[in-house]
Design a protein around this ligand. Structure first.
Ligand SMILES: Cc1cc2nc3c(=O)[nH]c(=O)nc-3n(C[C@H](O)[C@H](O)[C@H](O)COP(=O)(O)O)c2cc1C
Ligand SMILES: Nc1ncnc2c1ncn2[C@@H]1O[C@H](COP(=O)(O)OP(=O)(O)OP(=O)(O)O)[C@@H](O)[C@H]1O
Length: 324
């Protein structure tokens, strides 16, 4: 997938293109449904497929005071979009000026600068200053400016339309299984290591702490996870149990995300080592234990549950594998 980070980066000879526009946070099943249609049309017409997205997320510019955390920060989103078969992604810097473009001005950019032949969107798509226009407006403007607009009814899963906001709420509530059904993959975050206070090694179990993470995290609590350390051919993935929370057993609140590796062996870690933490199952809420011994005993039980989870996964994977 080619990535263009502004209009001026688009090669002059790219168009005409079959395009879709949106935030695509979480790259969920509704998004992938639309992207598949775009790719199929592009192949039929022998044109490149192009996904147009925005950075930062428009909400951050339009409502800077409203808390809004991303399911997939930009680079993670681009990596996932790269797996969809889309030929190119154009990231439009979402500025106050862009937010003030009228629907017509935006459609003119689509026609004259991006050379769209077709634009494919879900029926809830809105664009232009104060979200003034929807798919009907896009169709009319396209008719004038020389492109067509294709509208899709919402992709429904578990009795409601799939949307980034729905998935965000599920993850924030710790409902990881439900969120996974809507995205088609477990929720994962990318970070780097940070130093802990040393309490774990002294009183409970050793952990790898993650650097403060500014985007979406699951609800506070204890989870079965995997932790991938490093990238590329030298990356290693460990089974783990992870606590997200304030660690109230040790006094004053001190928020952290920290993982205890089950199949630990020494790895070379520094502050830049890429980490990917994947959340598989929620085990329990975080609790203020009367003393570190009680917490250590509970973590022992958490580890046993996680081991059972991984053992069951291995058995199921083996059962699913074709006979050799
Ligand atoms: C699997 C797991 C479960 C945990 N559960 C709790 C908990 O219920 N309550 C709590 O106060 N801390 C909990 N913790 C956090 C420990 O208190 C934490 O590991 C300890 O404070 C070490 O901090 P440090 O890494 O800064 O040294 C948990 C940690 C792990 C790895
Ligand atoms: N469930 C769905 N079915 C069909 N199309 C969808 C679905 N969800 C999103 N789309 C379409 O995918 C494109 C990108 O969507 P976008 O990420 O902007 O919205 P969203 O997933 O609904 O997020 P939010 O909940 O933040 O509004 C748009 O054309 C949108 O209409």
């Amino acid at each position: 997938m080619k990535i263009y980070r502004s209009l001026s980066e688009l090669p002059a000879d790219l168009g005409p293109v079959v395009a879709t526009i949106g935030n695509f946070d979480g790259v969920h099943r509704g998004h992938r449904w639309v992207i598949d249609q775009v790719n199929a049309r592009a192949r039929t017409l022998c044109l490149p497929s192009l996904l147009i997205t925005f950075d930062p997320h428009p909400v951050r510019v339009l409502r800077p005071d409203a808390p809004h955390s991303l399911i997939t920060p930009l680079e993670q989103k681009l990596a996932l979009l790269g797996e969809t078969g889309i030929d190119a992604a154009l990231i439009l810097p979402f500025t106050p000026e862009l937010s003030r473009l009228t629907a017509r001005q935006f459609a003119e950019i689509l026609a004259n600068d991006i050379h769209v032949r077709e634009v494919h969107e879900g029926e809830n798509f809105r664009f232009g200053h104060k979200a003034e226009a929807g798919m009907e407006g896009l169709e009319q403007l396209g008719h004038e400016l020389g492109f067509t607009a294709q509208t899709y009814s919402p992709h429904i899963l578990r009795a409601a339309p799939v949307s980034s906001s729905r998935i965000r709420n599920l993850i924030a509530a710790g409902a990881l299984h439900h969120a996974r059904a809507l995205t088609g993959r477990p929720f994962a975050i990318q970070s780097t290591p940070a130093s802990g206070r040393g309490y774990g090694t002294r009183y409970t179990v050793p952990t790898i702490n993650l650097a403060p993470y500014p985007e979406l995290l699951p609800a506070k609590g204890v989870y079965v996870t995997t932790l991938k350390v490093g990238t590329g051919p030298h990356a290693e993935t460990f089974n783990a149990v992870t606590n997200i929370g304030d660690r109230p057993t040790f006094g004053a609140d001190s928020f952290a995300v920290e993982s205890h590796l089950l199949n630990f062996h020494a790895v070379d870690l520094n502050e830049q080592t890429p980490l990917e933490l994947t959340f598989l199952q929620r085990l329990r809420p975080e609790i203020r234990w009367p003393n570190p011994e009680a917490l250590r005993t509970q973590i022992g039980l958490d580890v046993k549950k996680a081991q059972r989870y991984f053992a069951l996964c291995t058995t199921l994977t083996k059962e699913k594998a074709p006979a050799t």
